[in-house]
Design a protein. Structure first.
Length: 226
C-alpha cells in the first residue's frame, strides 16, 4: 500500500518525513483494510445514492447557471495532482471573482449551495475520487497547489496517504469559513494561521493511523454534521 522509500518524490524523502513513513510501514494490515473499505463502500454508496445524485443535479441546474459539478485541481498522496469532484455550490466562474478559500456568507455561494454546504451534501461526488483511488474516506483534506507549495518539510508527511473527505482536523475546523470571514485577507489568514494548526492535527493523525481510528473519525464526522 506504500511506495518504497526510494520511490517517493525527492521533496518527501527528508529526515522530517522519514519517522512518519516508518510508522505507516508497520501498519500494512490497516492500510489494506483501508484500501478495501474505500473501494467497497464507495461503490455501494454510489449505487445506493444514485437517485439522490440525480435529484441534486436537477436542483442545482434549476437554481443557477453553470455546471452541476465543480472540479478543481488538488493535491493528494505523493504530491499527485488530480481533479476533485464536488456539487457546485457557487456561481459560475466563482474562482475568477474571489479567493480560493470560502468565507462565511460568501456572496458567491448560491441559494442551493448554502443548503448543500449546510449538510455537507456537496461532498458526495468525492465518492468518485475515492473509487478512482485519488482519495480516501479519511485523510488530510486535499489542498490546492498554491497552498501545498507553502508546506514545511514535515507537512509533506501528510502526503504519504491519500487525501480524505474528512479528518479530525476537518471536525475541529468545521466552522473554518466563519473564522476566515473575520479576516481582512482570507488567503493570508489561512496560510499563516489556519493551515499550520490544521496540519498539526493531520500530522498527529498520521502518526496514530489505524483502520479503527478511520472508522472512529467517520462516526465523529457524522455526529458533527448532524
Amino acid at each position: 500500500m506504500l511506495r518504497k522509500w526510494e520511490d517517493l518524490p525527492q521533496t518527501m524523502r527528508t529526515d522530517k518525513v522519514k519517522p512518519y513513513y516508518d510508522i505507516l510501514q508497520k501498519k500494512r494490515v490497516s492500510l489494506i483494510c483501508k484500501f478495501i473499505f474505500d473501494r467497497v463502500v464507495s461503490i455501494l454508496m454510489l449505487v445506493g445514492l444514485s437517485p439522490v445524485f440525480v435529484i441534486l443535479a436537477i436542483l442545482i441546474k434549476l437554481d443557477s447557471d453553470g455546471e452541476v459539478f465543480f472540479r478543481q485541481v488538488r493535491v493528494t498522496h505523493y504530491g499527485k495532482k488530480y481533479r476533485i469532484y464536488k456539487f457546485r455550490t457557487m456561481v459560475k466562474n466563482a474562482e475568477a471573482i474571489g479567493n480560493q478559500v470560502t468565507t462565511y456568507q460568501d456572496m458567491r455561494i448560491t441559494k442551493m449551495g448554502k443548503k448543500l454546504r449546510g449538510c455537507r451534501l456537496d461532498e458526495l461526488p468525492q465518492l468518485i475520487n475515492i473509487l478512482k483511488g485519488e482519495m480516501s474516506f479519511v485523510g488530510t483534506r486535499p489542498e490546492v497547489v498554491k497552498y501545498v507549495d507553502q508546506y514545511t518539510e514535515e507537512m509533506m508527511a501528510t502526503l504519504i496517504l491519500p487525501a480524505g473527505v474528512t479528518s479530525e482536523a476537518s471536525i475541529v475546523y468545521k466552522d473554518e469559513e466563519k473564522l476566515l470571514s473575520e479576516s481582512s485577507n482570507a488567503d493570508e489568514t489561512y496560510v499563516n494561521d489556519v493551515l499550520p494548526q490544521k496540519m498539526k492535527w493531520n500530522l498527529d493523525s498520521t502518526l496514530e493511523f489505524s483502520f479503527f481510528s478511520d472508522i472512529r473519525t467517520i462516526i465523529r464526522t457524522i455526529i458533527a454534521v448532524i
